[in-house]
Design a protein around this ligand. Structure first.
Ligand code: G6Q
Length: 537
């Protein structure tokens, strides 16, 4: 496969760097004229992206289009969906894998982009459908023949954050009588708090681990199995698994059912694979899961459009590159005006920062002086307005904001008070914040002055439905992937999480009392021994 060049070597880079010296001023007279608001809007898969409040003009947008073309961003996305080996660092040992999370939802077209992976995804979906039907018709029940109405999803990182954030987003669509809990942390209190709330006799435990070796997940599984045994219940009748085929967890004896995910699906991109859909299918039903997958597939298709104005994920990605690489903003805030999205920023934090928090290029060279992924953070508004918005409006750090909002609420249960519904109040706040950040406000009292010129954008859809949630998830996955291509880094591995894991294993050994005779000299080992002793005492 073609080797892509560093962003700084792309021909249009100096032109864009020059334009960044005098970016569009959102506080200048007429800057937010209705014509600009109307023109700077892009739509796909049920979402409108309103970006008149970004520090861009037509010249910058033309430059960003050239950047996309010269970096081959869409070309690479297409290759990814068709099974190219993307997860690699040329010339060095690396994972050397395809990147095919998009195949999990490429189930609706006659000709999927990568038929083998979509075939595997289709087979797992068929297994899931049968499993859910058996639960429904009672052929799968507990030892007493009673329904299994509760699920504990056990997993961590990519096997927890994305699935949990989608579940929270779609709780409004939950099937009556079904209950779902999550355990991720190895902190025993996480499991204890959940176990107190469930009747184990009617509970399914969904153990989710691609590798089948993750300390936290295996520890929590053992703890739960012991709880079953303590109540005279057979864990093998209550535990199911989602894991890699052939992993240490791939065992028909230990689990009632096993569902597979494959090595071409990265953990943080796995919400639309069995990692997310087993739990979502249990909670919401298969039809809702299919709607969710369809929304994601629609956004994947939009991401294959060549023109920036037709490709919402690409535009979102390049506005981010403009703010971060060219205008120098260190962070980005994703602020959903939807309580249902209260865990979405946490998922994005992993998906974005684990993917693009890299320092070497796809050829293993340092990316310096270029900076790669920004720090991503966020919380739902309007709660955030009463917390950290002070800094967003008047702080010395400029934080580009990505607002997410919906015209209608999910439940449709609302009340008009003082002439407006709560949903209208929510959306009004979103629009007001966007405008306030962009426009600012003069005041002779410096403490009451709002400098404005703070770039932000709004992602707006009608309602947070399963389909829209699928589209939103795929939108951000594609944004992250496009940015990684642009910075010429491998967005699909996570070597940076290894060192801490290895050291934790060594500390545990030492805490168990091993190798204390090594307690000599000023070695890193000695630091560990001292730390382990301090915790033990
Ligand atoms: C995600 C990472 C990581 C992973 C967890 C859980 O991309 O690889 O967050 O998802 O470490 O791994 P397992 O699913 O293998 O337990």
């Amino acid at each position: 496969m073609k080797r892509w060049q560093a962003l700084t070597e792309v021909p249009v880079y100096p032109h864009l760097a020059g334009l960044a010296q005098q970016p569009f001023d959102l506080t200048s007279p007429g800057a937010l004229a209705p014509a600009r608001m109307q023109q700077y809007c892009c739509s796909a898969a049920g979402f409108d992206l309103l970006y008149a409040t970004q520090r861009v003009n037509d010249e910058v947008l033309a430059g960003l289009q050239e950047l996309a073309d010269q970096c081959g961003l869409v070309e690479q996305f297409r290759q990814m969906r068709r099974g190219a080996i993307m997860n690699r660092i040329h010339g060095f040992a690396s994972e050397e894998r395809q990147v095919l999370h998009t195949a999990c939802r490429d189930l609706f077209a006659d000709n999927p982009a990568e038929p083998v992976a979509s075939g595997q995804a289709g087979r797992e979906m068929a297994k899931l459908r049968t499993f859910l039907e058996e639960l429904e018709n009672g052929s799968l029940a507990n030892a007493q023949g009673d329904p299994l109405d509760t699920m504990i999803h056990v997993g961590i990182g990519g096997s927890d954050l994305g699935p949990r954030s989608v579940y929270e987003a779609l709780r409004a669509y939950k099937r009556p009588g079904r209950r779902v809990f999550f355990i991720s942390n190895v902190d025993p209190d996480d499991a204890a708090a959940v176990l107190r709330q469930v009747n184990l006799a009617s509970t399914l435990v969904n153990v989710v681990s691609k590798s089948g070796t993750t300390l936290e997940t295996l520890t929590n599984e053992s703890l739960i199995r012991r709880a079953f045994e303590g109540q005279g219940l057979d864990p093998a009748r209550h535990c199911i698994a989602v894991t890699g085929e052939g992993s240490p967890m791939d065992s028909p004896v230990r689990y009632l059912r096993s569902f597979y995910m494959f090595d071409y699906i990265g953990g943080r991109y796995s919400s639309s694979s069995m990692v997310g859909t087993v739990m979502l299918g249990f909670a919401l039903g298969i039809e809702v899961v299919l709607e969710f997958l369809e929304g994601a597939s629609l956004m994947d298709l939009a991401a294959e459009e060549t023109g920036l104005q037709q490709n919402l994920p690409l535009l979102l990605a390049l506005l981010g590159v403009w703010n971060h690489t060219f205008l120098g903003s260190a962070t980005v805030a994703v602020l959903p005006y939807s309580q249902a999205l209260h865990r979405f920023s946490a998922h994005l934090q992993q998906c974005d920062m684990e993917s693009n928090g890299k320092s070497v290029s796809r050829s293993g060279e340092s990316v310096a002086p270029l900076k790669t992924g920004p720090i991503l953070w966020g919380e739902p508004g309007t709660n955030g307005q009463h917390a950290f918005y002070q800094l967003l409006h008047q702080g010395t750090e400029v934080v580009p904001v990505e607002f997410i909002g919906f015209r209608h609420s999910q439940y449709g249960e609302d009340l008009e008070i003082e002439g407006s519904t709560s949903q209208q109040k929510l959306v009004a706040n979103l629009l007001a914040q966007s405008l306030a950040m962009a426009r600012g406000q003069e005041n002779e009292n410096p403490n009451r002055r709002f400098p404005g010129n703070r770039p932000n954008l709004i992602l707006l859809a009608d309602r947070l439905t399963p389909k829209i949630m699928g589209a939103l998830l795929a939108l951000y996955e594609a944004k992250i992937v496009f940015q990684g291509f642009c910075w010429n880094i491998n967005s699909f591995d996570q070597e940076g999480v290894q060192l801490g894991k290895v050291l934790a294993g060594r500390v545990l050994d030492l805490m168990r009392g091993g190798r204390e005779k090594d307690d000599v000299g000023l070695s890193p080992e000695m630091t560990l021994i001292k730390m382990a002793k301090m915790v033990r005492e």
